[in-house]
Design a protein around this ligand. Structure first.
Ligand SMILES: Cc1cc2nc3c(=O)[nH]c(=O)nc-3n(C[C@H](O)[C@H](O)[C@H](O)COP(=O)(O)OP(=O)(O)OC[C@H]3O[C@@H](n4cnc5c(N)ncnc54)[C@H](O)[C@@H]3O)c2cc1C
Length: 393
């Protein structure tokens, strides 16, 4: 019997497989896709995920050819810039495109003894006292002592074990496009540009490739080049030449947290457990979920009492709650338009210039175990945990 079956060969499943291998546990990864995904989703890693690669001696290998690795001089907190250059904080970032990250994580997992089977779609799952049986299409079955759903936001595993995924879906859609050449977007500045009915992002990821984002009220759906142009026209009121599209997508931000991280012998990690409505934190939390879960599963498989497994949820869920809270705040800042939004963003820019608030925000983005008092907790307790000190001018 396999020690652990991981459903999903995304970054989190692959990190988990490698970490289990490092601890001498046997992992089998199943993914419904025949080939690794080439979708240009995440552009990099931040905070504890970078520390994790460093601790494993992987930073040089993963950072090879990267356009940035180290402490960034500034970092976005939603639409507000957090200045980090003058702060002595451990927050680091690594620019790495998600397909390359997944390729390297898969290589590492296999080097450490994991098996990856592609074209294996898990259809159902049952468990008993000894293990978990996963049914795959074509009447194939796989059995393991434990199973982990690293199968993304829609997580069939989470649905199979009946764990709820409460939260909210944004009413705005972000259409994103990568374009070859330089789009002639006259009058638009790099970064976000605000219009009465939406916002337009203009940035570049690598030489010769420009990224354009159009945010407006609406729902996700397939995006065509014509549809993208029409959205840009609706928001800016102009026809703007975009260049040759390489990749187009539409995403709607969601803020969701699984009610539980475990149902018996089945665990959840990564997007299957949490979806954050602002960028930059998903992989930080997801990859470190994987490392912590691997350590606990391996310890139990090596003889530690079953209660070691309970610590996974009690340690990881509070971090996801905290991350959900600050990414919700970032998303709210993104949504607020007009003069009110501008005033709030300007005020926060002023506040972030002070060392103490900037340090606190850097710790949140890093994913340090900053204490979190859930809404509704006693104000007294909240004050003790978040002392408001006089700012230094
Ligand atoms: C446009 C965009 C930009 C992003 N930018 C960033 C960023 O800058 N920083 C950041 O941290 N995050 C970013 N993210 C989020 C990041 O991409 C996700 O958090 C990350 O991919 C989650 O990894 P995961 O392994 O949990 O799930 P996924 O990457 O979704 O992988 C899930 C895997 O499970 C497989 N699967 C699903 N169902 C089954 C089944 N029944 N049987 C077998 N296999 C199954 C899928 O094929 C897939 O390979 C971005 C996302 C998008 C869409």
């Amino acid at each position: 019997m396999n020690d652990v079956v991981i459903v999903g060969a995304g970054p989190v499943g692959l990190m988990l497989a490698g970490e289990l291998g490092l601890a001498a546990a046997r992992a089998l990864v199943l993914d419904k896709r025949l080939e690794p995904s080439e979708l240009p989703r995440a552009n990099g890693l931040t905070g504890q995920a970078v520390d994790l690669l460093d601790q494993r001696g992987l930073l040089k290998r993963f950072g090879k050819g990267s356009s940035f690795s180290g402490k960034p001089p500034r970092f976005p907190f939603g639409p507000v810039t957090l200045p980090l250059a003058r702060l002595d904080v451990p927050f680091r970032a690594l620019i790495i495109q998600q397909p390359r990250l997944e390729r390297l994580l898969a290589e590492r997992a296999v080097e450490l003894g994991a098996e990856i089977r592609r074209g294996w779609e898990v259809r159902s799952l049952t468990q008993d006292e000894q293990g978990v049986t996963l049914a795959v299409e074509d009447d194939r079955q796989v059995r393991a002592r434990f199973a982990v759903g690293c199968d993304g936001g829609r997580s069939p595993v989470r649905q199979q074990v009946g764990i709820g995924f409460p939260g909210t879906t944004d009413d705005q859609v972000l259409r994103l496009g990568h374009f070859r050449g330089r789009p002639e977007l006259d009058g638009l500045k790099p970064g976000w540009n605000e219009f009465p009915h939406g916002r337009v992002l203009l940035t570049s990821l690598r030489r010769g490739v420009h990224v354009v984002g159009v945010r407006e009220k609406g729902e996700a759906g397939p995006v065509t080049a014509d549809g993208f142009r029409a959205a840009l026209r609706r928001v800016t009121g102009r026809d703007l030449p975009l260049g040759e599209p390489i990749w187009l997508t539409a995403t709607v931000a969601q803020a969701r947290l699984a009610e539980r991280y475990r149902a018996g012998r089945v665990f959840l990690a990564g997007d299957a457990a949490h979806l954050f409505p602002a960028g930059g934190s998903a992989l930080n939390v997801g990859l470190t979920d994987a490392a912590e879960l691997a350590a606990k599963l391996a310890a139990h498989l090596a003889g530690a009492p079953a209660r070691v497994l309970d610590a996974y949820e009690s340690e990881r869920r509070p971090l996801a709650e905290r991350t959900l809270a600050h990414t919700r705040a970032q998303a709210a800042l993104e949504r607020l338009s007009g003069e009110d939004g501008a005033a709030l963003r300007d005020l926060l820019t002023e506040v972030f210039a002070y060392e103490e608030p900037a340090r606190h925000l850097a710790a949140l983005l890093h994913g340090s175990r900053t204490p979190y008092v859930p809404p509704g907790a006693a104000g007294q307790r909240r004050r003790r945990r978040f002392p408001l000190r006089a700012s230094r001018a």
